[in-house]
Structure formats: C-alpha cells, structure tokens
Ligand binder design. Structure first.
Ligand code: AN7
Length: 351
C-alpha cells in the first residue's frame, strides 16, 4: 500500500478528536541512517544511527506534530493558526495551513531566524511578524492571543503537536524491532523530547518494545534546564534552540529522569564541530541545532561520563542543513576562481 502520511499510518495510536480532518504532506517515514564513520571517530564499539528528520516535507521534524495540530484545527473549524517560532515551526505551520486552506500568522524573534526558515514561511504564504524580543516573548504573545480569540495556537503547548510528534518514536521501534539503548536529541522548547518519551512509553506498553535512556542536549548559552532557571537573554549559534524558558521544561526533565538519562549543555564550538563532522564523515548535513544531540554524546564520551560500548544509540537530527546555509558560508573561504582551461585547473589541483 502506498504511504499516505502519519495520521493514516499511526492515527489509531494518537489521541486526536473525532472531528480531525487529515491534512498531510506525506511527512514522516524518515530514514534511520547508520553512522559508522562517526561512531569510529568517537571511539567505536557502539552502533550509531541518525534519524534524519531534515528529510520531512518542510525540512524539519516539526511536520510530524504539525500534521496533527493543523488537522485538528481544520476539523474544528478554525480559520487561522498562529505560532511563535525560531523558524522551523513557522515554516511547518505555514505549509500545513496552506494545504488546509487556512491563514497562518507566525511571530519570530527579530534578526535571529535562519534564512531558509524565514524564506519558507514567506513562500508558504504566512503573515510573518518579527518581534523586537526573544522567542519567549513571542510565545507569551501568541498564547495570549489564542486565549482571547478563535485563532488556533500550533506551538507544542498544543497537545496534538505532541501526539503527532510521538510517531518519531513509533517509527524507530518499527524499524529496529525495539527501542534503542539511548536516544540523544537537542532540546529547545522541549516538545520533541516530551513527545519521544511519551511515544516510547506508549509503544512499550503496547508491544513491549523497551525504553531508551534519553540524553537531552541544550546549547550552553540557552540552557535553562541545566541551570535550573530561565535564561533572560539566551544566545547560541544554534538559533533554533535559542530558547530561555521552555514551555515543556518540566516534562523534559521528567523524561530524562524517568529514563535514567540526563539533560546536559554543550558549547557552540562543540555544536559546530559536530555539524561539520556529520557532514564530512557521513554526508549528512544538518542545521546547527540538529547537531546538538550528537555533540552532547561526543562530549560525554570524551569526558568519560558515558560508556557507549555495545550500545545502540539513535540520534535525532531535527532539521536540514539547507535551512541555515549562512552559518557555513560565513566561515568559508570563497571558492577560488580559476581560468576556464585545463592548465589552470591542473595547477590548482596539483597545488
Ligand atoms: C532544528 O521552530 O522551537 O525542544 O520555534 O528547530 O521540541 O523545541 C524549534 C526547535 C531542535 C528543539 N532542533 O525542539 C521553533 C522551535 C531544531 C529545531 C529544536 C528545534 P523542541
């Protein structure tokens, strides 16, 4: 049977109201790619798999939750959806709203949204509003407006976003036959870690698929869950997770604790190094935030606080590198310009 999207495949496992009217871009079904070279680079002796969520229709994991949230909103008769976003949620909300024939409004923090995300939101026809403030300021505003008007909130505070996002865990168990030993992933507003943990628990209750230990990773300049308090002015090169007051922070800590895992922070340098390693060793180009989970794993292995030997580890790589080309181009020496003849080319190649 041909693939018809996540609600078609996993809908019976998702707690969605009966009025839900499926809106799908055939999201999900993303590959779990073996990362043998990276595993060797990190010392070897363990199995490492990358769930490449950048291969979703709008280039990020957000499409899993968005198909559910927009399907529910449409079925309920909503006319407009709204979200605050560091970029990926905005692009995803805009695309699914377009497909559903709904209007979308997205609030983004001024100047800190990667080009590929902003362009996406505009291309899909969203009304894009920049807030002279942080993601957290924008989230406060959209929560208030959705409480006062019929505009439907599609941030991950919306429970249907979590329902749809659980499918990532289902897919991993279906592909591997059981849950991995460890799951590592970036943590921003903490919807994803919350959903994975809920998904793994649900599948384990149904199919005895086991539970992973969860390593959640924040950027050091935006690490409220590691510090134990909100961060007023979060800063990180990984703009997707530049969030100081995660909406589902408590659930993220619960997921880490209940699973026997933890939430840690890594530096921007560690994030960017891992982004490069993953691209150059494995051919998998992810945006900086998406490399945070693996950067956390590398950090722990190097520090001797994590023994990977014999383990099966899945890293969730949440968004595609194409979302944020500037970050790579910025640090790049401009490609050399060479005369269009063989001699000139050979000279460069033999240098
Ligand atoms: C690539 O788009 O919050 O912990 O507004 O884009 O579930 O928030 C994005 C978050 C990780 C963190 N990786 O996930 C938004 C937004 C990427 C992301 C996260 C985000 P959550």
């Amino acid at each position: 049977m041909s693939y018809r999207g996540l609600l078609d495949k996993y809908g019976t496992l998702l707690d969605l109201p009966s009025h839900t009217r499926p809106v799908s871009l055939l999201e999900g079904n993303t590959p779990l790619i073996p990362a043998e070279a990276l595993s060797r680079h990190l010392g070897g002796g363990f199995e490492l798999l990358v769930k490449f969520e950048g291969l979703n229709p709008t280039g990020s994991f957000k499409d899993r939750g968005m198909t559910a949230a927009v399907s529910e909103a449409l079925g309920r008769g909503a006319k407009t959806v709204i979200c605050a976003s560091t970029g990926n949620t905005a692009a995803s909300a805009a695309a699914y709203a377009a497909r559903a024939g709904l209007k979308s409004i997205v609030l983004i923090p001024e100047g800190k949204v990667a080009a590929g995300k902003l362009a996406g939101a505009i291309a899909y026809g969203a009304q894009v509003i920049q807030i002279d403030g942080s993601f957290d300021d924008a989230l406060t505003l959209v929560v208030e407006i959705s409480n006062k008007t019929p505009i439907c909130l599609v941030n991950s505070i919306n429970p249907y976003r979590i329902e749809g996002q659980k499918t990532g865990a289902f897919e991993i168990c279906d592909t591997l036959g059981s849950a991995p030993d460890w799951l590592c992933l970036p943590v921003g507003n903490a919807g994803n870690i919350t959903a994975y943990w809920a998904g793994f628990r649900q599948y384990n209750a149904l199919k005895a698929s086991g539970l992973p230990q969860v390593l959640g990773v924040q950027a050091a300049g935006a690490a409220p869950l590691v510090l134990g308090h909100p961060v007023e002015k979060p800063e990180t090169v990984a703009t997707a997770i530049r969030i100081g007051k995660p909406a589902r922070g408590e659930q993220a800590i619960e997921a880490a604790e209940q699973s026997g895992g933890r939430i840690i922070a890594v530096s921007d340098d560690e994030i960017i190094s891992m982004q490069k390693l993953l691209a150059t060793l494995e051919g998998i180009w992810v945006e900086p935030a998406s490399a945070a989970g693996l950067a956390g794993l590398a950090h722990e292995i190097a520090a001797g606080t994590f023994q990977p030997g014999g383990k099966r580890i899945v890293a969730i790589c949440t968004g595609h590198g194409l979302k944020d080309p500037d970050i790579v181009i910025k640090d790049l020496a401009k490609p050399r310009i060479v005369a269009p003849n063989m001699d000139a080319l050979m000279e460069v190649l033999s240098a």
